[in-house]
Design a protein around this ligand. Structure first.
Ligand SMILES: Cc1cc2nc3c(=O)[nH]c(=O)nc-3n(C[C@H](O)[C@H](O)[C@H](O)COP(=O)(O)O)c2cc1C
Length: 454
């Protein structure tokens, strides 16, 4: 049997997520992001298409590197206004049964004790369908909002992250034993104090002396996602992540990242095949190739290159307004998204220029869309899997919700006919759906499992 492709719908609690300007399309509904009905419709649609999850990005701060100001981002709704992603999850869980929820949360700015309880709460309310995308941020504007002047340096954010993970593992895995909760009305004992453990942690960055406030949730530790592709980011991912997003621009680049990640994971004693790796994809599909290309042209007329440049400038820490159109873009050390800058400089065979970047920004982002009939799109997705070794795709939206609806109605059946996509959900928690029955918790070889008390 061919391996099944994994799919996440990639979204964010805002108007403009990745493809900027498309909110101005007459059929786009993303400006209803602040209503429950909008999210519940997306969740139902993703579950109708048997998607593994909805993956919610998040960022703290504004995109203010381009032309030295946030004006372009604000005008074009480039991830501002932006609401909290975690609060959407129970609303979407209420109208679905199987869909997973990957929620992004930045560990640089929130104490682990508070965060661990929020995730446990979500894991309870979703019946074990929650995942956490571990990010450390890349915007100085976030640091300024939180009482610092600049963000911590790139690699040191991951060092802090390693200790943060140790603390949350201790809370999720080590504070309550499996048989701590009795719920015994006759004996008048809800939970047995001797089965709870105080977590005493005195580290370089965190100090804590507390029991975890939540009783054990179905997965205890949420499914761990990560998206850093720099060398330090990959070491972090190989140690902690169960799902990884790679963004390598080209297939050759992506293949290199995937191979490196799996090798590093094996170095940490983990099963390299047990890490689920997603590449980003943007799809414009219609019943025929000609209709899809017409649709692309229609969408394209609403795209915003200014919004795309505002986004990419802050992602990389490079103000692209300072470049002439044909001047090669140079690598320079930044504390932003190192891997995104590497992808267009040191890890690119040909030099990138602003002209090449703009040329690529067909739909208001730096990701070129896959455009075609269901057969053409399925061919392309399968080719990506075969050539890069990724397990699936993080599908970003274009004109919403119609882009997700079209994918579900047109591409999913084509993938199913080819035997490369599931025809029903597996039972169980999100981790069991990804890893197999009986695997609701972190596997024994995962570093987090070492903090268990029986
Ligand atoms: C597909 C994808 C999604 C990401 N989503 C977020 C996000 O929602 N919030 C965030 O702060 N960073 C996000 N990032 C950025 C990464 O978490 C990371 O900070 C960034 O890649 C820089 O780390 P690196 O230099 O190790 O690659 C994302 C990256 C990728 C590739």
């Amino acid at each position: 049997m061919a391996r099944h492709i994994r799919l996440n719908a990639f979204d964010m609690n805002c108007v403009g997520h990745i493809q900027h300007g498309l909110w101005t399309h007459p059929r786009d509904r993303s400006d209803e992001y602040n209503t429950l009905g909008y999210w519940q419709h997306l969740a139902r649609t993703a579950e109708r298409g048997l998607f593994d999850g909805i993956f919610l990005a998040d960022i703290l701060g504004v995109y203010d590197v381009y032309r030295g100001s946030a004006d372009a981002a604000i005008r074009n709704a480039v991830q501002i206004p932006l609401n909290d992603p975690t609060l959407l999850v129970p609303a979407m869980a209420a109208v679905t049964q199987h869909l997973g929820f990957g929620v992004t949360a930045n560990l640089t700015y929130e104490p682990p004790y508070l965060f661990a309880r929020r995730m446990s709460t979500l894991d309870h309310l979703t019946g074990g369908r929650v995942g956490w995308n571990i990010v450390t941020g890349y915007l100085d504007s976030a640091a300024r909002g939180l009482g610092l002047t600049v963000q911590p340096a790139h690699d040191s954010r991951y060092d802090v992250g390693d200790e943060y993970m140790e603390v949350v593992y201790k809370l999720w895995e080590g504070s309550w034993e499996a048989d701590a909760v009795l719920r015994d009305r006759a004996a008048r004992v809800f939970a047995r104090p001797e089965k709870l453990h105080r977590i005493v942690h005195q580290g370089r960055h965190f100090t804590l002396d507390a029991v975890h406030l939540s009783e054990p949730s179905p997965q205890r530790t949420p499914v761990l996602y990560q998206a850093g592709s720099s060398t330090r980011g990959r070491i972090f991912a190989a140690r902690h992540a169960e799902c990884v997003f790679v963004s390598g621009q080209t297939r050759a680049n992506t293949r290199g990242l995937v191979t490196d990640l799996r090798e590093r994971a094996a170095g940490f004693g983990r099963d390299p095949a047990g890490i689920t790796i997603f590449a980003g994809a943007t799809v414009v599909v219609a019943p025929t190739g000609a209709e899809a290309r017409d649709l692309l042209e229609e969408y394209r007329s609403y795209a915003s290159v200014e919004g795309a440049l505002a986004h990419f400038s802050s992602s990389t820490g490079v103000d692209f307004s300072r470049y002439d159109l044909d001047e090669p873009i140079q690598y320079r050390p930044t504390d932003a998204n190192v891997s995104a800058l590497e992808a267009i400089t040191t890890r690119s065979a040909e030099p990138w220029t602003l002209r090449r970047l703009i040329d690529q920004m067909v739909l208001g982002s730096r990701t070129r869309p896959i455009v075609g009939s269901p057969v053409e799109v399925a061919d392309e997705l399968q080719a990506w899997v075969a050539e890069t070794g990724v397990d699936g795709f993080n599908l970003s939206r274009t004109v919403t919700p119609e882009s997700l609806e079209a994918f579900v109605d047109l591409v999913v059946p084509e993938l199913q006919n080819r035997g490369v996509f599931k025809t029903e959900y597996a039972p169980g928690t999100l981790r069991e759906k990804l890893q197999g029955p009986g695997r609701a918790h972190l596997p024994a070889e995962h570093v987090g499992a070492s903090f268990r008390k029986v």
